[in-house]
Design a protein around this ligand. Structure first.
Ligand code: NAG
Length: 461
């Protein structure tokens, strides 16, 4: 693991990852990496977390089994959000970590549960965001499963990890302001982060964003001008993180795109429109994130569903699946037997166990003579050989209202090593999730204004 020990001296935080020259030239051709705004919205480049062209790539030797174990932690975290009993008393953070010296960081800033963490960035795609005046650009993971945007923030009173590029320094921005505890945005934090806000001794609102038991950011709720290329938006609310655990890929922070008022989407919606679309690329291609208007004709749509258990996540209703055109041998009601989230940061799609079992059987039958291989981590339908040599396997996913995802082999099977490929789905008994392996290279639109989600093939360059 490349994570640095918790209480690293701040001087180390300015280490800049130097991209190798050969990678620079490989990437130059595929990077349209200039954010720009035109009449069809604000256009950003998205990078796969392991793309060599990402501004903050994961370590290239990261084992896939590690990716899968983090993916399981993320899926469990999303499921636990829906399992939370709303009548339960507010969670009381237990561990306390106090700033040893200096005293600028009061106790209320250090009260989220602690454990060594590294989950946030493993499955999340990366883009660049500008912040401050003058603007500096930061590599940020993009997350549809959370709302608050935050980034590591000087002086990193408790902890920052090494990140690509310089650390955000509020003192260097002429437009920076902290948000007082009395602001309505401070009250909004409970719904945005599912953790209570706190108030510092100097009356600054303190946020606590946590992502399962393994990663979190705590710091000051702040305002500054956010920018993408030449488009800037003053007065953007975000977190200036003073204690950050879990940014695995040297990103500076996280962009929240879920449905709370504090999310980047909600804050930019008055200027751009309340919708976003993306194409999640493979590690060898480049994708996009567009905020604002989109071309409605190309998509097939399903209603954006809601759940009273968590108003900020994006829910869909799965209505059917097929392998090679034949429907699975499962009762239609099984497809929607669990709440189903669509999420950009979960890698492997989780299906209700009965649906998964039928899919596994149908895929095994469709694979004909391919020899079975042992399970790999959470993937239990594995075959000897690489996906590209094992023939064509088409899986269809249908959603309420008629939206479909017609998945070609590359969205169905994943090579876990040189001689084994596995079905890239897993079973769950709690919360079903449409993951990013299955969304890769499709255009997906989240039209919050019209409460619908759309899919279209062929979105990444
Ligand atoms: C806006 O920019 C996007 C991305 O570069 C491009 O695909 C689109 O055609 C542009 N739209 C207009 C109306 O120029």
């Amino acid at each position: 693991m490349e994570l640095l020990p918790l209480l690293l001296a701040c001087s180390l935080l300015f280490t800049v990852a130097a991209p190798a020259r050969d990678i620079t030239s490989v990437c130059a051709s595929q990077i349209r990496d200039f954010p720009h705004r035109n009449s069809s919205g604000l256009h950003l480049t998205l990078h796969h977390p392991q793309s060599p062209c990402s501004p903050a790539p994961l370590p290239s030797d990261l084992p896939f089994s590690t990716v899968l174990s983090h993916d399981d932690a993320r899926a469990a975290h999303l499921a636990s959000r829906l399992a939370t009993n709303n009548d339960a008393p507010p969670r009381r953070p237990t561990s306390l970590r106090k700033k040893a010296a200096g005293g600028r960081f009061d106790d209320s800033l250090a009260t989220v549960p602690l454990s060594p963490g590294m989950s946030i960035g493993v499955g999340n795609y990366v883009t660049q965001l500008g912040l401050g005046t003058p603007a500096t650009s930061y590599a940020m993971v993009v997350d549809t499963g959370s709302s608050l945007t935050w980034l590591q923030c000087s002086p990193c009173v408790v902890s920052c990890h090494r990140q690509a590029g310089p650390l955000y320094d509020p003192r260097a921005s002429s437009t920076y302001a902290t948000v007082p505890c009395s602001a309505s945005q401070c009250d909004e934090l409970q719904a945005a982060t599912l953790n209570p806000s706190a108030c510092s001794v100097s009356n600054v609102c303190v946020y606590q964003a946590s992502y399962g038991d393994s990663s979190f950011s705590v710091g000051y709720l702040s305002r500054d001008t956010v920018s993408f290329g030449s488009s800037s938006f003053p007065g953007f609310y975000y977190g200036c993180g003073q204690d950050n655990e879990g940014l695995f890929g040297r990103s500076a922070g996280l962009i929240g795109l879920a449905r709370n008022k504090l999310s980047l989407l909600s804050q930019l919606a008055p200027s751009l429109g309340n919708s976003f679309s993306y194409c999640l690329p493979t590690s060898a291609s480049t994708g996009y994130l567009t905020i604002g208007s989109y071309n409605p004709g190309q998509y097939s749509y399903t209603p954006m569903a809601s759940s009273s258990l968590d108003a900020s996540l994006y829910f869909v209703t799965l209505s059917g699946m097929s392998v090679g055109g034949s429907p699975l041998a499962v009762s239609p009601s099984e497809y929607s037997s669990l709440p189903t989230i669509i999420d950009s940061g979960t890698v492997i799609t989780r299906l209700p166990t009965s649906v998964y079992s039928a899919l596994s059987k149908a895929v095994a039958a469709a694979m004909g003579g391919a020899a079975r291989a042992p399970a790999f981590s959470i993937l239990d339908t594995c075959f000897e050989g690489q996906a590209s040599r094992l023939g064509v396997l088409a899986v269809g996913m249908a959603f309420a209202g008629g939206a479909t995802l017609k998945l070609p082999t590359r969205n169905v099977l994943i090579d876990v090593d040189d001689s084994t490929t596995c079905l890239a789905f897993a079973p769950t008994d709690s919360t079903a999730i449409i993951g990013n392996m299955q969304q890769q290279t499709f255009s997906v639109v989240y039209d919050v204004a019209r409460s619908r989600i759309g899919f279209a093939a062929g979105g990444c360059s």
